[in-house]
Design a protein around this ligand. Structure first.
Ligand code: AMP
Length: 216
């Protein structure tokens, strides 16, 4: 019997937007993650299962072989470092961008021009550090794990570095985007050892995903 294939996904946009790609590979997930408390979901194929993990844990699960493959945002991949992962495909799903945002009454250009030291709150410390270092702007980074939008409103930080999709969250909190750092989409990542050991099956899945993306 061949060992099962385990795919790590996070609930929400990544799960939802991966379903059509799985369908192209003939795989249907048999339970809805919003309706079950199960963390391991069966599929219509006995040899394939889905594990639900936090978005930031997907690269870790795949790196250490807790899952053979996973779907994760480029933002998460950069922060993780990508070690031990084979990255065969940009799936072009869950698109958004990483941006710098400030309170609408904060003069960001002036602060940067004056060489002021900016306090920047973010979950994406690697991305933020590289970006501001590249601009020669001095920053104090404050690591947060959520609700970054609150930081400039409470005086915790001058700016945030966060994911922006529609811009509605920024607008609702009187924040404005002042720099776009990079475009983000989700990537397929594969455990390097699994890719060798389960090559035939994984290649089939990767190939089906690839054809489905090309059709779009
Ligand atoms: P929006 O209001 O559409 O600009 O979405 C912004 C909020 O959703 C922020 O809190 C982001 O952290 C989060 N967000 C946007 N796009 C994504 C994504 N692709 N993956 C995870 N979180 C996202």
């Amino acid at each position: 019997m061949t060992p099962p294939i385990t795919l790590a996904l996070s609930k929400g946009r990544i799960f939802d937007e991966t379903l059509p790609l799985l369908a192209a590979a003939g795989i249907a997930v048999l339970e809805d993650p919003e309706k079950t408390r199960k963390l391991i979901l069966p599929t219509n194929q006995e040899g394939v299962r889905v594990v639900l993990v936090r978005a930031t844990d997907v690269p870790t699960y795949v790196e250490y072989g807790g899952a053979d493959l996973g779907v994760t945002g480029k933002d998460t991949l950069i922060e993780h470092g990508g070690q031990g992962l084979f990255r065969p495909l940009d799936l072009r799903i869950a698109k958004c961008h990483v941006s710098v945002a400030v309170r609408s009454d904060f003069d960001y250009r002036h602060a940067v021009h004056q060489g002021a030291r900016l306090r920047v709150a973010t979950k994406y410390t690697s991305i933020a550090r590289d970006f501001f270092a590249g601009k020669g702007v001095h920053v104090d980074l404050i690591k947060l794990y959520g609700s970054m939008e609150l930081a400039p409103l409470t005086g915790l930080a001058d700016a945030i570095v966060d994911l922006v999709s529609t811009g509605n969250t920024l607008k609702a909190n009187h924040l404005v985007e002042v720099e776009r750092i990079m475009d983000i989409s989700s990537h397929l990542v594969v455990n390097q050892a699994a890719f060798k050991l389960k090559q035939a099956r994984l290649r089939e899945i990767i190939g089906a995903f690839e054809s489905a993306i090309r059709k779009d």
